[in-house]
Design a binder for this molecule. Structure first.
Ligand SMILES: [Zn+2]
Length: 199
């Protein structure tokens, strides 16, 4: 680990571009004692208050109560798949396609309503059961994929909580800057589900 004085010297040497980059992308992972050094450099160079706000937002430590409140907001958002107001849950499943010596694995993580989630998971299971066998590796790994699927549906609620929590954690900066608004959570859910889009 670097000595703090060494880090300070390095930060002083970094150009503005690099300092901005650290503030924007790495704020969450910094050691506590490095944060004041970074903030000091931003102030010294007049790089803007918004960067300092962003650092603080990214490093926000949620109390149990705050986390629960955000989770309720996520669950109470509208399902981006069917646009209905049913309670949302987190889903994660794997689709496998195996052809000769190739196999294609796609992992999906979605936060949608239970009806849509179960439908998508069922489709994935059917696809995998039909198309996941047709290679040597597919043949060998298929039982594990299927066991994984059964396990996942057994631990559904626990998994759902984990997916929602990691969604909040990954987006805490944006959520905080937008004052925990339902609108920003809805927007982020749309992005989250779009990246993982699968029908
Ligand atoms: Zn839905």
């Amino acid at each position: 680990m670097f000595e703090i004085s060494e880090i300070k010297r390095n930060y002083e040497r970094f150009d503005n571009h690099r300092i901005k980059g650290i503030a924007r992308n790495d704020a969450r992972g910094l050691r506590d004692e490095v944060v004041p050094i970074l903030i000091n450099e931003i102030k010294k160079r007049n790089l803007g208050n918004h960067l300092i706000e962003w650092i603080n937002a990214e490093r926000r430590k949620l109390s149990k109560y705050e986390l629960e409140e955000l989770k309720q907001k996520v669950k109470g958002s509208i399902c981006e798949n069917c646009k209905q107001g049913r309670e949302l849950k987190g889903f994660s499943f794997r689709t496998m396609t195996a052809i000769l010596i190739n196999e294609f694995v796609t992992d999906y993580r979605l936060i949608i309503c239970e009806k849509c989630g179960k439908k998508k998971r069922r489709k994935s299971a059917i696809w995998t059961t039909i198309f996941g066998w047709w290679s040597v590796i597919g043949f060998i790994s298929m039982p594990f994929v299927l066991i994984g699927k059964i396990k996942a549906s057994m631990q559904e609620d626990k998994q759902s909580e984990q997916i929602i929590e990691s969604f909040i954690e990954a987006n805490i900066g944006t959520i905080t800057i937008e004052k925990d608004s339902k609108e920003v959570i809805q927007k982020l859910l749309k992005e989250f589900n779009q990246i993982e889009d699968y029908s």
